[in-house]
Design a protein around this ligand. Structure first.
Ligand code: ADP
Length: 671
């Protein structure tokens, strides 16, 4: 074989080996390196971004790559590998390509020649910086935890409080030094044992075991006090807390406890009490000395006596009030009234059992104003709550009757509520108190009567309408025939039917009102225009009296236009009815910031004081000889009052017998 052919044979093999190595190097994520037999020269290196690249063989690879602080262990490992011709293997720090310090796991194998001498080394250097960092962090945090535990252990063993942990089988899994001392036991012969085994009396052990059960079940801490004899200190009092220890799943895995000896604190408390009692006695002695001194002063005695007399009077007055109160309470109880109290500021609503019962609630149940109002039948609800608010905040009158459906019993009851507003002495708030009574029977009776009136009125309307029609037909015929006396008679008959229609309509309105069928439909309008409409109507229908309308400014209100019109109409009609012909009737409309006022003044017969308080009642008419000629049913003013009340307004009359009357009403503006 010539040299050439040997070359030819060798070259491909050599190339293949190099190629394989290069391929392996390229495929590996790690840094691959090769070194001379003595590790002095490192061949060209691809640092993979981890270590610095080297384009040609270098001798200063150690300075470049190995972290100075680890140089010694690297050298030792190299020496040992060379000496034993064994694999080099070491985790050490390196200078990374980016200048920071990292960790590598480096492994190199020796390539031996035929005679067994090292030719060179091939190795890989793996980047293990991340794992190493994690390991270091873990070690550090373990150490921190151990330190922390050491601190806790020091605290727990140093505290005079008893600290301990039970497992769910009531066994102690931990007891601090103070507790072991108290038991007179060591850790080994106390831990893993139950209360009974650690010398607790049966009642005591049972009590704590029950408490452990409770903490486990409720997952809430409990606190208690117990007294029992201590090994060396005698009888002691202990305050203890058991707390649940939760596992990751939120279940209780153990119960931790702390017990504090409060015997001393208790003793101090008792002593303090004694001291304060002593102080009190001293105080009393002092006071009697002062009294003795005062007794020597004549003037003081005299004024004192006066004071005492005054006090006696006060006491007597108070007793009278109390007696009245007792009588009142007895009356309320006897009459089976429900009572309530509302604080105007906090709207606190205090009611008695009977009131709750009337609203169908249980006597011990909570009841708020809103809940009570919710039980009121729908047609009445708005009206009642308006009256209530008006009573609480404007001192409006409160006497309302309304149907209620009991919450639990579903029973329909008619209730009459009467209330009274009283400011407290400081003026900070008002108390709105009153009674509620069950008027169901009376009311159903009334409603029946009402239905009857409605039915009769309705039935009367139809024949009356046809009667009116016939009269008009005949009247028209007679007019063409010119029979004056017959015309006169028929005109009177017609006027009577018109009057009758008005009365029947009045009754129908009352019955609708009573059964809650009339509702207020508010719109925004100018009261001045309404008064002007009344003025026009008055001038065409009334020629018996001088009706004067004072000038009115524009007054915008939110109210039921037709119903307010009806009120004005009724009041003017009454003035005409109850004042002599040719007298003056004066209508005025004024307002302040929040309220509009309308007044109708006449020079009529007037009203006596006792009647004045009743004229707004339903069916009330003054019994007077002058009145006998005036027809009416006593429902006009009642209607007016209902309408104004439902607007949150007020209506009133000022009058004296023989001196005319002024009827006024007010309406809230901008509401
Ligand atoms: P009616 O006029 O139909 O009797 P009202 O309810 O309108 O019923 O009035 C009730 C009572 O009040 C009247 O019966 C009358 O005695 C008295 N009254 C009403 N308006 C006046 C008035 N302007 N002057 C004097 N008395 C009046």
């Amino acid at each position: 074989m010539d040299q050439n052919s040997e070359e030819q044979n060798l070259t491909p093999n050599k190339n293949t080996a190099q190629e394989r190595l290069d391929a392996l190097t390229a495929a590996s994520a790690d840094v691959t390196y090769s070194l001379s037999a003595d590790w002095k020269i490192m061949h060209p290196l691809d640092g993979r971004g981890f270590l610095l690249d080297a384009n040609q063989p270098i001798t200063n690879w150690k300075e470049k790559n190995v972290f100075l602080g680890d140089l010694k262990i690297v050298d030792e490992a190299i020496a040992s590998a060379i000496k034993n011709k064994k694999m080099f293997e070491l985790e050490h720090r390196v200078n990374r390509a980016d200048g920071t310090i990292g960790w590598t796991y480096s492994r190199a194998v020796p390539i031996l020649d035929k005679s067994g001498n090292i030719k060179e080394w091939y190795g890989i250097a793996k980047d293990i910086s991340k794992r190493k960092e994690a390991e270091i962090a873990l070690t550090e945090s373990r150490k921190a935890i151990e330190d922390q535990q050491q601190i806790y252990e020091t605290i727990i063993s140093g505290t005079p409080d008893l600290m301990y942990v039970f497992d769910l089988n009531y066994r102690f899994t931990y007891a601090n030094k103070a507790l072991l001392n108290m038991w007179g036991k060591t850790w080994d012969n106390a831990i893993g044992k139950r209360l009974l085994d650690n010398g607790y009396e049966p009642w005591h052990a049972e009590m704590h075991e029950k408490e452990i059960d409770q903490v486990v079940a409720t997952r809430k801490p409990i606190r208690g006090e117990v007294s029992f004899p201590h090994a060396t200190l005698g009888k002691r009092i202990y305050d203890y807390i058991f707390t649940p220890v939760m596992g990751n799943d939120g279940k209780v895995i153990a119960v931790a406890g702390t017990t504090r000896d409060i015997t001393e604190i208790n003793n101090i408390k008792l002593k303090l009490q004694e001291t304060s009692e002593e102080l009190q006695t001293t105080n009393e002695e002092l006071r009697s000395t002062v009294e003795e001194m005062a007794a020597t002063n004549e003037e003081l005695i005299a004024s004192n006596e006066q004071l005492i007399r005054l006090n006696d009077q006060l006491l007597e007055a108070r007793k009278k009030i109390e007696d009245t109160e007792i009588a009142l309470r007895l009356a309320i109880e006897g009459a089976d009234f429900g009572t309530w109290y509302i604080n105007s500021v906090t709207r606190e609503f205090i009611t008695d059992g009977r009131l709750k019962e009337l609203f169908g609630f249980y006597p011990d149940e909570e009841l708020t104003i809103e809940q009570a109002i919710a039980q009121i039948s729908e047609e009445y609800r708005e009206m009642v709550s308006q009256k209530l608010e008006n009573a609480i905040y404007n001192n409006g009158e409160y006497d309302v009757t309304y149907p209620v459906e009991g919450l639990h019993d579903g029973k329909l009851r008619w209730l009459r509520a009467i209330g009274n507003l009283k400011a407290d002495s400081s003026g900070a708030f008002s108390a709105f108190t009153g009674v509620v009574m069950d008027v169901t029977e009376q009311k159903t009776d009334e409603l029946r009567k009402n239905d009857f009136i409605a039915m009769v009125s309705h039935e009367l309307k139809t024949p009356l309408t046809s009667l009116k029609g016939y009269i008009q037909i005949v009247l028209r015929k007679l007019l063409t025939m010119g029979d004056d006396s017959a015309i006169g008679a028929l005109e009177k008959a017609f006027a009577q039917t018109v009057k009758m229609t008005g009365m029947i309509n009045g009754f129908l309105t009352v019955s609708r009102l009573e059964s809650g069928k009339i509702s207020i439909e508010p719109t925004e309008f100018d009261l001045a225009l309404l008064i002007r409409e009344a003025e026009q109507e008055t001038h065409t229908t009334i020629n018996t009296h001088k009706v004067i309308f004072d000038p009115v400014n524009s007054t915008i209100i939110n109210a039921d236009h037709d119903k307010i019109g009806q009120v004005v109409h009724n009041l003017i009609s009454n003035a005409v009815k109850y004042a002599p012909s040719n007298s003056t009737i004066r209508i005025s409309c004024t307002n302040d910031e929040s309220t509009a006022y309308v007044a109708i003044a006449d020079d009529g017969i007037g009203i006596s004081a006792p009647d004045l308080s009743k004229i707004f009642d339903r069916f009330y008419r003054v019994q007077d000889s002058k009145m006998s000629t005036v027809s009416g049913f006593g429902i006009g003013l009642y209607l007016c009052k209902e309408i104004i009340d439902r607007h949150g307004g007020k209506i009133w009359a000022q009058s004296e017998q023989g001196k005319g009357s002024i009827f006024s009403f007010s309406l809230p503006m901008n509401s």
